[in-house]
Design a protein around this ligand. Structure first.
Ligand SMILES: Nc1nc2c(c(=O)[nH]1)N[C@H]1C(S)=C(S)[C@@H](COP(=O)(O)O)O[C@H]1N2
Ligand SMILES: [Mo]
Length: 391
């Protein structure tokens, strides 16, 4: 793989000895730490705060967080899908300073790992799947700030024959089970590139943290987490469809009842979570408001039904903003953030309960009660049975 001469990246064997995979603090009150990955605890979410602070956001690293010098950083753009084709060696190189001079674009969107909820294949359906045993905390909602990829590409000139864009990260090459898969990279359709893709340098008004892609990451709103390549090193614009292990071997459905040629995953499903500790203990006889959030990759949430008795009876939760828009959102925000909801629980009697939330999005997709098994444990979107004890 050609070295990226313009970017000083301090990883590699010398830099890595003893270094942590994730650089930000992971206080146990806020995170479950899996080593290279860490998930947010839903009971640490402040119901009053819509956006997820970067320091509270889950981290999913294939290897480890690199340290990149923003002064020498350059985004390389090349390929035969440019109107004037460029080889990788002759790529356009855009510095951060140049990118930041382009029209600023702000957009609130959910970021979620494809494997979010994976542990429930085992605990709820008795079908363990391989991979990080996330509960529901591999998700957050961020106010991204950067420039639309569309703007950058139009400025460089895109061929009408372009069909795909490959995004490649500057982190270490990914090795697993004795195979070196090369740098983390994934192609996506030119339509997405020319629609709402963002080159983001800030989150919630601050520079990206190193763990979240500093100095620049791609954000593909509504799409699975791997589509939003961190530490973005290059974009290849191509006239041919492109592949990488991240759309052939990983991040497509395998096993179970899926055909061998299931397409690469793109749009996230509908999911929801309670802002409560797992197996929480709540006081008996006390009426309280229970809160949670629901989100979908395909559009705003239309309704959330909840059951406080394990699924025997259901009632609609109250949605905080039925238009599905983020607070203080700009005109570009069209419901790609999550929706907060709440329900009153009147004086419950002592006992064990399962709380269920079931969201429906405006695209008409509703959370199922069971998610068909797949070997890598992607897209667990079934209603999660959240246990609580009232005492
Ligand atoms: N370069 C690079 N980009 C990456 C990854 C990675 O390991 N390397 N992980 C992907 C995955 S699987 C997810 S879910 C998101 C996680 O983003 P976060 O760590 O900022 O929460 O980043 C994606 N982008
Ligand atoms: Mo992911």
């Amino acid at each position: 793989m050609a070295p990226l001469a313009t970017a000083l990246v301090t990883t590699g064997p010398a830099a890595r000895a003893g270094a942590p995979n994730i650089l930000k603090p992971l206080p146990p009150r806020r995170f479950v730490d899996y080593g290279t990955n860490a998930e947010m605890r839903w009971d640490s979410v402040d119901p009053a705060r819509y956006h997820t602070a970067q320091r509270h956001l889950f981290v999913r690293n294939h290897t480890r967080t690199p340290t990149i010098d923003p002064a020498t950083y350059g985004l390389r753009i090349f390929g035969d899908g440019l109107r004037e084709p460029r080889s990788e060696a002759d790529a356009h190189v855009l510095s951060l300073r140049e990118l930041k001079r382009l029209p600023r674009h702000v957009h609130t969107a959910v970021l979620e790992c494809t494997g979010n909820g994976r542990s429930f294949f085992a605990s709820q359906q008795d079908e363990p799947a391989s991979g990080t045993p996330w509960t529901l905390g591999a998700v957050g909602t961020v106010r991204w700030e950067g420039v639309k990829l569309r703007h950058v590409l139009r400025r460089l000139g895109v061929s009408p024959r372009a069909v795909a864009v490959m995004a490649t990260g500057l982190d270490d090459e990914f090795t697993s089970g004795g195979t070196n898969y090369g740098r983390v990279r994934r192609p996506f359709a030119i339509e997405k590139a020319l629609d709402d893709a963002i080159l983001a340098w800030a989150a919630n008004g601050e520079d990206l943290l190193p763990d979240h892609g500093f100095p620049l990451r791609l954000v593909l709103p509504g799409w699975i987490g791997i589509a939003s390549i961190k530490w973005l090193g290059s974009l290849e614009v191509s006239r041919r469809g492109l592949t990488s292990p991240w759309n052939t071997t990983f991040y497509r459905m395998t096993g179970g009842d899926y055909p061998a040629d299931s397409p690469p995953l793109t749009v996230n499903p509908v999911r929801s979570a309670w802002e409560l500790p797992w197996a929480a203990t709540l006081p008996a006889g006390v009426t309280r408001t229970l809160t949670g959030r629901a989100w979908s990759g395909a559009g705003p949430i239309r309704r959330v039904d909840v059951s406080l008795d394990g699924g025997r009876s259901w009632r609609p939760a109250e949605l905080e903003d039925p238009r599905g828009r983020a607070p203080r959102s700009g005109p570009a925000d069209n419901g790609t953030g999550w929706t907060r909801w709440s329900v009153r629980w009147r004086a419950p009697r002592a006992g064990s309960y399962e709380l269920l939330a079931r969201a429906t999005d405006r695209a008409g997709r509703r959370q199922p009660l069971v998610t068909p098994y797949n070997a890598q444990g992607y897209f667990f979107d079934a209603v999660v049975r959240h246990p609580v004890t009232v005492a």
